[in-house]
Ligand binder design. Structure first.
Ligand code: UD1
Ligand code: MG
Length: 458
């Protein structure tokens, strides 16, 4: 028999969110809130097969998300949502195989793994051990009643005015001895204000069976439930500040804590400066001593050391190597790469393009499906015509090439090393090494034309 299983309750609709979307898939920063809860659970058990997520409302998309994100974590179904007690009972076949069952509400993203571990370690002597917190604003949480009959919980909607004044509330994470839970879970009724089978009623049932029940007081800030969009914003902000503080502690210079957003999986080296209004998401990694200029959005990208992202850069799934420079106003996407010392400047878009060492695309250019060697200079306004309406075609530009302004590369096309294009050229044929490609009509000057057309007073 395995020791402890963690069951995450994520089947509820989340009616108070006023959304057609399942509550647990709403994002905290760039990740669904269920991800934080599953991570906390994994932190405690270490084994995905000991964690199960109970899905129901919108269960197909929750299931797909969990399977893709946390392989090995078990999916269980609660087809009708009749309350948290009914939810736990629906998963009985799974948890019967454990000695202890930990139940986590799926809407508790701020709980830290280490806090869950402490709670579980303290739970060993109890048949039912619950988390609680003391608060000045007990909102609609279940109230923890400590009286002669032992600890139990009264739901807000069933509480008397005196009980509503109680400031210790149920936080929504529980540890049960499976043998004891089996004795009482079938006895739950839905005889209450919400016609639901409450998990919290298990406490009173255990008390009457003389089983041992107790509560463990947790830090309030970690136990905030998400039941509506306001609480989602509050939790989002708390998580955002937690992450920003971690980076500050690691020597990342964040200029404005109120406008910077960094996802939970981002890594940043020391002496990086992050200007206001910057967002950094997914598995982005930033080396040391780089500058992330104002208004920049970096998604799932790798930024090296001493990189200068001047301002207003959008960088997605790409890599900027050491000492490269980007922006202002640049869009770098889909697997592009700036090699060391390379530069993509003002109003430049790169898509699936590789810009070699010391090469520059300084102004108003589109490089799509292009490979540039080293020491290339691309004149202003040059673009790759990579799409012929059916296929995306490649452009190769060799080392040391000099591309005149406003060159159109009609791909597929190649410039060999040490070649050049004349400004305004439409390049449809390969250019051999050490050659100039001229692809434009010759200029003709028509003498006397100007004054014959523009008479004085016209
Ligand atoms: C619950 C507790 C309350 C506690 C609070 C802490 C009960 C009856 N009440 O209230 O005492 O103070 O959490 O945050 O448990 N769910 C299912 N199936 C269902 C119903 C709910 O899986 O049939 C899931 C939800 O998806 C959610 C979790 O259980 O993740 C808790 O449900 P929720 O409706 O948020 O309960 P609260 O009203 O917050
Ligand atoms: Mg809740």
């Amino acid at each position: 028999m395995n020791e402890s299983g963690v069951l995450i309750l994520a089947a509820g609709k989340g009616t108070r969110m006023r959304s057609a979307y399942p509550k647990v898939l709403h994002n905290i920063l760039d990740k669904p809130l269920i991800d934080y809860v599953v991570r906390t659970a994994l932190c405690c058990t270490g084994r995905p097969e000991d964690v199960a997520v109970l899905v129901g409302f919108g269960g197909d998309i929750v299931e797909e998300h969990i399977k893709n994100t946390f392989p090995g974590v078990k999916i269980l179904w609660q087809h009708e949502q009749k309350g948290t007690g009914h939810a736990v009972n629906s998963a009985r076949e799974w948890w019967e195989n454990f000695e202890n069952l930990i139940v986590l509400n799926g809407d508790l993203p701020l709980m830290r793994g280490v806090s869950l571990k402490n709670f579980v370690n303290a739970s060993k002597n109890y048949d039912c051990f619950i988390t609680s917190f003391i608060t000045d604003n007990p909102k609609a949480y279940g109230r923890v009643i400590r009286d002669g009959s032992g600890i139990h919980v009264i739901e807000f909607k069933d509480a008397s005015p005196e009980e509503k004044n109680i400031n210790e509330v149920n936080a929504g994470c529980y540890a049960f001895k499976v043998e004891s839970l089996k004795r009482v879970i079938g006895l739950l009724t839905n005889n209450n204000a919400q016609d639901e089978y409450y998990l919290t009623d298990v406490l009173a049932l255990m008390n009457s069976e003389k089983l041992k029940v107790n509560a463990f007081i947790m830090p309030e800030i970690e136990m905030q439930g998400v039941n509506n969009l306001r609480e989602l914003c509050d939790v989002n902000n708390e998580m955002r500040m937690r992450i920003l503080n971690k980076h500050l502690d690691n020597g990342v210079h964040i200029m404005d804590l109120s406008s910077v957003f960094i996802g939970p999986d981002v890594e940043i080296g020391s002496d990086v400066v992050i200007m206001p209004n910057v967002h950094i998401w997914a598995n982005s990694k930033i080396g040391e001593n780089s500058l992330i200029g104002t208004g920049s959005v970096i998604n799932n990208s790798v930024i090296g050391d001493y990189v200068n992202i001047v301002a207003y850069a959008v960088i997605e799934n790409s890599e900027l190597k050491d000492h490269s420079k980007a922006g202002p106003f640049v869009y770098i996407r889909e697997g592009s790469c700036l090699e060391k010392n390379a530069f993509a400047g003002k109003f430049v878009e790169l898509k699936k393009s590789h810009i070699g060492e010391n090469s520059k695309v300084p102004h108003l250019s589109y490089m799509g499906d292009a490979t540039l060697g080293r020491d290339v200079n691309i004149g202003a306004g040059s673009i790759t015509c990579n799409y012929d309406g059916e296929h995306k075609n490649k452009t190769f530009i060799g080392d040391n090439c000099f591309v005149g302004s406003d060159t159109m590369f009609v791909a597929p096309v190649e410039l060999e090393n040490d070649s050049a294009t004349a400004a305004g050229s439409v390049i449809t044929k390969n250019i051999p090494e050490n050659s100039l490609g001229v692809g434009r009509s010759r200029q003709v000057n028509i003498a006397g034309w100007f004054k014959s057309k523009h008479k004085k007073g016209d």
